[in-house]
Write a protein that binds this ligand. Structure first.
Ligand code: SF4
Length: 191
């Protein structure tokens, strides 16, 4: 299946109940081509559901400001979520919903071929790294899994809610940028 076919399949997906109330299936944000970093959040919020694009609300703007400040090249990252349809009232997606949707994310990983997967928040860390993970315990630590370098940090929405998390979030993103620079030789071969 090529990327266009994947997008079409996602847009018609009814694998879980989140399809019932969505306005849009939110595939992600970025240029769909191999790139070294994949950011994964929890799921679309209100603005994402309306606009059909990932991380376009307040949390996404905070992430963008930070990535720009740290001089991330927009061609070097793609942003997606664990689930592609908005959970009602922004509740945490259930395990059944996540398990239904993760095959789509796995397809994106195969297509994007990232070296680094940054888990934004507890839900992404649990879905991708370890179901029993506690974000407060594993945040800011590199994990090698399945041939990827994985890095759990806060979700930017949590940083907006709690100003005390801002410094750690900034340092985590700086850590990701430094890791990206340290593997730049491999990255240039891949992109
Ligand atoms: S959340 Fe994922 S699995 Fe559920 S309907 Fe949407 S695209 Fe399909």
């Amino acid at each position: 299946m090529d990327w266009e076919g994947f997008v079409k399949e996602c847009k018609n997906c009814t694998r879980c109940g989140l399809s019932n109330n969505r306005q849009n299936v939110v595939i992600g944000r970025g240029v769909p081509k191999p790139c070294p970093v994949l950011f994964v959040g929890e799921g679309p919020g209100e603005q994402e559901d309306i606009q059909g694009e990932a991380f376009v609300g307040r949390a996404g703007k905070l992430l963008d400001i930070l990535l720009t400040a740290l001089d991330f090249n927009p061609e070097h990252y793609y942003i997606a979520n664990v689930v592609k349809c908005r959970p009602p009232d922004n509740r945490i997606p259930t395990w059944e919903e996540m398990e239904a949707c993760l095959p789509w994310l796995r397809y994106q990983v195969k297509f994007i071929k990232p070296f680094i997967i940054v888990c934004l928040g507890a839900t992404a860390a649990k879905a991708i790294i370890d179901r029993d993970a506690k974000i407060t315990q594993i945040r800011g630590q590199w994990v090698e899994k399945g041939g990827f370098l994985m890095f759990p940090t806060y979700h930017p929405a949590a940083v907006l809610r709690d100003i005390r998390k801002r410094e750690d979030f900034y340092l985590d993103m700086k850590n990701v940028k430094e890791k990206l620079e340290s593997i730049s030789g491999q990255v240039h071969k891949n992109t």
